[in-house]
Design a protein around this ligand. Structure first.
Ligand code: DCP
Ligand code: MG
Length: 394
């Protein structure tokens, strides 16, 4: 066990709207209630954003090609997203969240952590608050959500997942390890595909296997991440609720085997990195408030240059224009410019900024790019500049 004992006194809610885009459409058009409704790209290469629970019975879900969804659910109602409606609903639900606590961390348009620890004396138990919150969302927005209740973020989020749809699920400290044990390892926060694959090589498939794993064999495959991950597997998580946003920054970088000495080669890499990071930014429904480039020259001197975006943006073109300017200016300052690493990162704009600024971007073009890139890998659509230079090895 780690040195400090876990704080069991906090009260965290994780709220997540049920089938968010689809529910907004069903609310706005009562004829759609009870029907399988699928929201997504309707073109040939369209991808499903979400499906109503009626449609999920047919095996339709987020990120599936729309064509495949139509095979599984031919009688479904297929609609293109109307972002502005979802943003309006998002603004309303976040207003409700803030009636329970100012400690609200938005994760996306439809999802947030609330630290309601200090609200208990005024508003009652966390379960009572969860109840009241659901009722207000229902009354004022005519929408359903699910609330997870626990003493930390990991378990609150797990709770909302288990309570869906239209539920409340509390996870008590003494049941945490048991609830986690049966879940596949990939469900654990921070475990992506790579980590899961590595863990599987030593026979760890479920979170329970990780709880029981020997420290030395874990360390062999995970290094320094072994101990933090084992604590998460046990349901121990001291992360605070951070007001405004979850991801502080999203970025991408590349190290080169041979130094880059041509400006247009550096710009080509920068474009590719910007494209990759901006797609992730948009995937998380975030906007960038600050663009930063990271430039490392031989032997090992790292410079960063940054610029604030006003207004925040998630457009590859807009973000690249800023990143490019920063790189070009740096290039001119150097007597013999050379790069062994280029990186770009975006500081995520706050919840309020995202909501205001989603109105200001052109969703159709972005969505098309992202869908194609999601389908064909992030090289599917690249701008001409990104193709000019040969791929440096990462
Ligand atoms: N979304 C998207 N593309 C994805 C996943 C989600 O465009 N690959 C959008 C549509 C969803 C919204 O984000 O309605 C919220 O995502 P959730 O993962 O919370 O999914 P839902 O709210 O639709 O369903 P639920 O939370 O009930 O599982
Ligand atoms: Mg949701």
């Amino acid at each position: 066990m780690s040195g400090s004992s876990p704080n069991l006194d906090r009260a965290i809610l994780h709220v997540d709207m049920d089938a968010f885009y689809a529910s907004v459409e069903q609310r706005d058009d009562p004829k759609l209630r009870g029907l399988p409704v699928i929201i997504g790209g309707t073109g040939r290469r369209g991808v499903v954003a979400t499906a109503s629970y009626e449609a999920r019975k047919f095996g339709v879900g987020s990120a599936m090609p729309t064509a495949q969804a139509k095979q599984r659910c031919p009688h479904g109602v297929y609609l293109a997203p109307r972002m502005s409606r979802y943003v309006e609903a998002s603004v309303q639900i976040f207003e409700i969240f803030r009636e329970f606590t100012p400690q609200v961390e938005g994760l996306s348009l439809d999802e947030a952590f609330l630290d309601v620890s200090a609200s208990r004396s005024l508003l009652g138990s966390p379960m009572k608050m969860a109840d009241a919150l659901k009722a207000r969302v229902r009354q004022r927005c005519d929408l359903a959500c699910t609330v997870g209740v626990a003493h930390n973020k990991l378990l609150a989020k797990l709770g909302s997942g288990l309570g869906k749809p239209d539920g409340i699920r509390q996870i008590q400290p003494d049941e945490a390890a048991t609830v986690l044990a049966g879940l596949p390892i990939g469900r654990l926060w921070t475990v992506g595909e790579q980590t899961a694959a590595r863990l599987q090589t030593i026979g760890i498939h479920r979170i329970g296997d990780l709880q029981q794993a020997r420290a030395d064999s874990l360390a062999r495959v995970l290094g320094r991440r072994a101990e933090p991950l084992r604590l998460l597997a046990l349901g121990l998580d001291e992360r605070p609720v951070v007001v405004g946003r979850a991801d502080k920054s999203i970025g991408a970088e590349e190290t080169f085997e041979q130094d880059i000495r041509q400006l247009d080669q550096a710009l080509a890499v920068l474009m590719r990195l910007t494209e990759r990071a901006a797609a992730r930014l948009r995937g998380a429904l975030h906007q960038a408030a600050v663009v930063q480039v990271k430039l490392r020259k031989p032997p090992f001197i790292t410079h960063t240059r940054q610029r604030r975006m006003q207004p925040p943006s998630a457009s590859t073109d807009v973000l690249y224009a800023s990143a490019r300017e920063l790189l070009e200016r740096w290039w001119q300052e150097q007597s013999s410019p050379a790069l062994r690493l280029v990186g770009v990162s975006f500081e995520v704009a706050s919840e309020e900024q995202i909501q205001q600024d989603l109105f200001a971007v052109a969703p159709a073009k972005r969505a098309l790019e992202d869908q194609i890139n999601a389908k064909f890998g992030s090289g599917g659509v690249v701008r001409a500049r990104g193709l000019r230079a040969k791929d440096p090895d990462t």
